[in-house]
Design a protein around this ligand. Structure first.
Ligand SMILES: [Zn+2]
Length: 495
């Protein structure tokens, strides 16, 4: 009985609390070159600063640039990109262009380079904070349910040391957080009232941004930063997460410590919480540093064009019960009983993937990077990060390259593969068919591993690179065997 690929993405998991989402092992980001690394930072930052809603909004970004030409930014959301987001991103790019060109901000002193950059940074910080405020405020207030108890616990633990150096560091962080919390709360209450004049509102945003920036400096760039890192490590030692010391905003972003109501679980990670708060400052630094970098200075200096990918819906027939029949009897994975025709959005990352392939076939190759505002789901990561590079290794003579992408949070969402029929002509084989076949094998393999009881639903174990290699060899073996049997059958037929 053949299972179609989309059926793998309509499964649930039976737990002691009832049915829940299937969460597979997390995966790390792909290997990348230095240039891909730098461009990926920019692409991730641009995607992240587009998110205006507190939840449910996901952006992906692709970048193409040829010297002397325009900088082209491809922007996609799971649905359509709102017009105001496209206009806002255009403003951000214009501000970065002014920074790259060293243009003074009106009314600020253009004498000192540093002062000029500061004025630009403040303006940019304000613009971004205004756009992402709902998201930022959502992250900040998610702490409310368990915050007090957790803080009391931490303070009690740190107070037992003899001269309390860790306690003093933590109190510094706490006081910075409290100020940010109060300022954000005030701004949130006031911003919709008539009494809040435009200039006062802008002034508050600026002050709030500078507080966030100061907290970021304390955590990542101050003299105390190694001590801060040690204290956070100590505080979070019971939180099972291999990324806990990661400086990546994305890795610290996924809400593994949030329950379904977006409330914090008792064992939440202080590090991840802090990284969500300072995310805006981290993204700003990344954008500004590339605008000022001598090596990349031309990058933002050119006119920027934004190309928004439209909403893309596909109707798919799913038979998730067929997937279950391929799994061991002990499986906690369950499926809807009936075959269904479902409406599924092609995810933002896949729309960027399609757009960049299309441009390449037209002789306009991009940076082989896809930036995102959140880690990838299982479907997108399996396609772009695993099946696609595998296909390229099997067919080395295409004009295509693997994309550098972030890791996957391991969650399975309703998903559908994009229509890649446009690629068949230029590359001479049916890439969609090969990718689908490879993905089905990978999904079946991963689900079987999952059922064998290795990872729990909250596990953060991920597949190491060498395991992945071994797995690729195993898949290749399978393909070769299939090919042999196909040839054998044909030769029998021809006899
Ligand atoms: Zn996805």
């Amino acid at each position: 009985m053949s299972v179609n690929l989309e059926s793998y993405f309509h499964l649930s998991c039976r737990t002691e609390y009832g049915l829940s989402q299937v969460v597979l092992p997390r995966r790390k980001c792909s290997d990348r070159t230095d240039v891909q690394d730098r461009i990926a930072e920019v692409a991730n930052a641009l995607a992240s600063v587009c998110v205006a809603q507190a939840s449910g909004e996901v952006y992906a970004v692709g970048i193409r640039f040829s010297p002397g030409d325009h900088l082209v930014i491809y922007l996609a959301e799971n649905r359509a990109v709102p017009l105001e987001t496209a206009a806002y991103l255009k403003d951000i790019l214009a501000q970065l262009r002014a920074i790259a060109k060293g243009q003074p901000v009106a009314k600020e002193s253009p004498i000192l380079d540093e002062a000029m950059t500061d004025a630009h940074a403040q303006k940019l910080g304000k613009t971004i904070l205004k756009h992402v405020f709902k998201k930022f405020y959502g992250s900040l207030t998610k702490r409310d349910t368990v915050w007090d108890t957790r803080i009391e616990e931490i303070l009690a633990t740190l107070s037992t040391d003899s001269n309390k150096p860790d306690l003093r560091i933590f109190e510094k962080i706490l006081s910075a957080l409290e100020t940010i919390y109060k300022m954000a709360q005030y701004y949130n209450e006031m911003k919709s009232t008539q009494h809040f004049e435009q200039t006062t509102s802008e002034d508050w945003l600026l002050r709030l941004y500078s507080r966030i920036h100061r907290l970021d400096t304390l955590i990542r760039r101050s003299q105390d930063k190694s001590q801060v890192a040690a204290v956070l490590m100590r505080i979070d030692q019971d939180v099972p997460n291999p990324y806990i010391s990661s400086e990546s905003v994305l890795e610290n972003g996924p809400d593994l410590d949030l329950d379904d109501n977006n409330a914090l679980r008792p064992a939440f990670s202080m590090t991840r919480f802090l990284y969500r708060i300072i995310a805006i400052s981290i993204h700003m630094q990344q954008l500004i540093s590339i605008a000022l970098s001598p090596r990349y200075k031309a990058f933002f200096k050119n006119d920027a064009k934004i190309q928004c990918c439209p909403e893309l819906i596909k109707f798919v027939n799913v038979k998730p019960q067929h997937v279950i029949s391929k799994l061991p009897k002990t499986t906690p994975i369950v499926a809807e009983k009936h075959t269904r025709r479902k409406e599924v959005w092609v995810h933002a990352e896949l729309k960027i993937f399609m757009a960049l392939l299309q441009e390449t076939f037209e002789g306009k190759p991009p940076y082989w990077v896809i930036g995102v505002s959140n880690l990838l789901c299982v479907g997108c990561h399996t396609l772009i990060g695993q099946a696609f590079p595998w296909v390229l290794r099997e067919h080395p003579h295409t004009v295509l390259s693997p994309f550098a992408i972030p890791g996957s949070h391991g969650k399975i969402y309703p998903w559908t593969a994009p229509d890649l029929s446009f690629a068949t002509g230029p590359i001479g084989f049916n890439m969609e068919e090969v990718i689908r076949h490879n993905m089905k094998q990978r999904m079946e393999h991963t689900l079987k591993e999952y059922v064998m009881g290795k990872p729990s639903s909250n596990s953060v174990v991920y597949m190491e690179h060498d395991v992945e290699e071994a797995y690729d060899c195993e898949l290749l073996g399978k393909f070769e065997a299939e090919m042999e049997s196909f040839k054998a059958q044909n030769s029998i037929l021809s006899v």
